[in-house]
Design a protein around this ligand. Structure first.
Ligand code: 8YV
Length: 316
């Protein structure tokens, strides 16, 4: 049987099984990670590819685009865009798609789950029990989540989903970001240090835009204070991680609930020994349902491109 499937260069090796199956059904998938001599590969086969699939953990820019002379379409798995050189893509007239919306609920759920686990000592309680400490007496009391103040940095899709959940959970919501969103009822606090100093939990929910690296600075973390807790379900780059570790060590910051880190999958060793942190390996969107939905949307974008139809979720 001759293979009529168009070739697709895949830059990520961890697409979920249903996505992988759909890709294989429609495309002749070439795994970039399997290629040893990439230079030779590009020289020999680069011109075959009109499309590539990537994900937020695979930097995709001009070094790749320039080796694929017939490239027209880049389909990314995930909502974050900072791994893509969009300027280079646009200069080459490439169409680019991503997978927003379908992961919003899961990421927001994780943020709430982390705060609830922190407040009620779910993770520390598990450690306490397993260590045998219970036999010597009860664990320290937790605290009630309702009534706590949550400051959300970034009231975009995910920030809004967190705000709604937090409100339903009885928390007091305020937010910061580039501009006020008057359609929503919560107080806007333009200054991030002011938001931090009036929050029990400061939740980072914005995207990386190129000029907001370390927006959660040492000063912001100081403002959050010795009772305050940082929650990051967005990107490690948004937080000054060195300052975070130092302030936690000094007791100047109350805690940190982190799903993302500066140099994933590396995590600062000092965090591993701390009891007032909860660490998860970038699992905001990592449910079978959501990852399948993200994959389906990515495949739909690729199929639309090859059919000459408008992309369902183009990067704006
Ligand atoms: C990743 C994410 O897509 O969507 C994003 O921006 O960070 C995640 O959902 C996922 O971890 C796969 O790389």
């Amino acid at each position: 049987m001759s293979d009529s499937r168009p070739p697709l260069l895949a830059f990520w090796s961890f697409y979920p099984a249903p996505t992988r199956a759909a890709l294989e059904e429609h495309f002749e998938v070439v795994d970039f990670a399997q290629i040893e001599d990439r230079d030779a590969f590009f020289t020999e086969h680069g011109a075959r590819f009109r499309a590539l699939a990537t994900s937020v953990v695979a930097p995709t820019g001009e070094d790749i685009f320039s080796r694929l002379p017939n490239l027209e379409m880049v389909a990314s798995f995930g909502v974050g865009l900072e791994h893509l050189d969009l300027a280079a893509a646009s200069a080459r007239g490439l169409q680019v798609s991503y997978t927003p919306d379908v992961l919003t609920d899961d990421v927001a759920d994780l943020a709430l789950l982390m705060m609830e686990s922190h407040a009620r000592g779910l993770v520390s309680g598990d450690r306490f029990l397993r260590s045998g400490a219970w036999a010597k007496g009860p664990m320290p009391l937790g605290m009630r989540l309702s009534g706590r103040r949550i400051g959300i940095l970034g009231l975009g899709r995910i920030g809004l989903a967190i705000a709604r959940r937090a409100q339903a959970r009885g928390m007091r919501v305020s937010y910061s970001g580039p501009r006020e969103k008057p359609a929503h009822p919560w107080p806007f606090v333009a200054d991030l240090e002011a938001l931090a100093s009036s929050s029990d939990y400061l939740v980072v929910a914005c995207s990386v835009t190129g000029d907001n690296e370390h927006i959660v600075s040492r000063e912001v973390l100081r403002s959050l204070g010795s009772e305050g807790v940082l929650v990051n379900i967005a990107r490690g780059a948004l937080v000054d991680e060195e300052a975070l570790v130092e302030l936690l060590q000094a007791g100047a910051l109350g805690g940190a609930l982190l799903d993302v880190f500066t140099h994933e999958p590396q995590v600062p060793a000092a965090l591993l020994g701390m009891d007032n942190v909860i660490l998860t390996p970038h699992i905001g969107s990592a449910t079978a349902e959501t990852r399948a939905a993200m994959g389906e949307l990515m495949v739909q974008n690729l199929l639309a491109f090859f059919a000459g139809e408008p992309l369902p979720s183009p990067v704006p």
